[in-house]
Design a protein around this ligand. Structure first.
Ligand code: ADP
Length: 255
């Protein structure tokens, strides 16, 4: 399964991506995380991106497209991926179309998390407070001033992607203001037809890890149920006297 999560900062893309990767056995490709890793490692890309990210602006398209192109070719991305934070501009979306077409791959869906911008600031403040409480390092761009810039960049450069993907019939919109599990259910509802396609678009068998585990548990339970009476019967056959005595003893006690 190949998905894109679209939505402004704080919309809950990361939270939903985490759930989707566990459910579908795919990987999360977050350009934000990859760029932050590059900054932390001090790579040439990181050095180029740092000040841009700190201002809440977008890193040049060629930089992120190159990062994604390299990443989707890695073995763990073969089963599928959820793109979080990419594409962020129409040229990035076009580059992604080319990348996928060159590899004979297709997108299954673009999930748009629709949120009220007014409360995003509150969400980010909460995220910062929680990270601080856990002793984690807070992102340098998670502050009200930079967030305003990130929201402006989203509005002008990223929001047009909804129209781009709607035109291709790939856009699925979800209300991102409802509780996390309701957002998750709404996403699952949109993805149900994708999951139901025989073999899926990847052409791979659609059995997921979770299904396999469930099936194994059910089989174990079933066989345990079948085994118990069989073993009891065998025991009864082997030691009929003993069994009868036990029953008799129980009956005597009951009297
Ligand atoms: P957010 O929480 O705002 O959605 P991310 O963690 O996805 O942020 O990204 C943080 C920053 O990294 C962005 O503000 C931007 O500077 C840069 N960035 C991430 N993805 C892209 C992209 N696809 N194109 C350009 N810049 C990006």
């Amino acid at each position: 399964m190949r998905l894109i999560l679209l939505g402004p900062p704080g919309a809950g893309k990361g939270t939903q991506a985490q759930r989707l990767i566990a459910k579908h056995g795919i990987v999360q490709l977050s350009t934000g995380d990859m760029l932050r890793a590059a900054v932390a490692a001090g790579t040439p890309v990181g050095l180029r991106a740092k000040s841009i990210m700190d201002r809440g602006e977008l890193v040049p398209d060629d930089v992120v497209v190159a990062i994604i192109a390299e990443r989707i070719d890695q073995p763990d991305a073969k089963r599928g991926f959820v793109l979080d934070g990419f594409p962020r501009t129409v040229p990035q979306a076009e580059a992604l179309d080319d990348l996928l077409a060159e590899r004979g791959l297709k997108l299954d869906a673009v999930i748009e998390l629709k949120v009220d911008e007014g409360i995003l600031l509150k969400r980010i403040e909460k995220r910062v407070a929680e990270m601080t409480a856990r002793g984690e390092k807070v992102r340098t761009d998670d502050n009200p001033d930079v967030l305003r810039g990130r929201l402006a960049a989203y509005r002008t450069q990223t929001a047009p992607l909804a129209g781009y993907y709607a035109g291709k019939g790939a856009l699925k919109s979800v209300d991102g203001m409802t509780p996390i599990n309701e957002v998750a259910t709404a996403i699952d509802r949109h993805l149900a037809p994708v999951g139901a396609r025989p073999g899926g678009k990847s052409g791979k068998p659609r059995r997921r890890k979770a299904d396999t585990a469930k099936a194994k548990r059910a089989a174990r339970k079933g066989s345990a149920r079948r085994k118990r009476p069989a073993t009891a019967a065998k025991r009864a056959k082997k030691r009929p006297g003993q069994r009868k005595n036990r029953t008799r003893r129980r009956l005597t006690r009951a009297r």
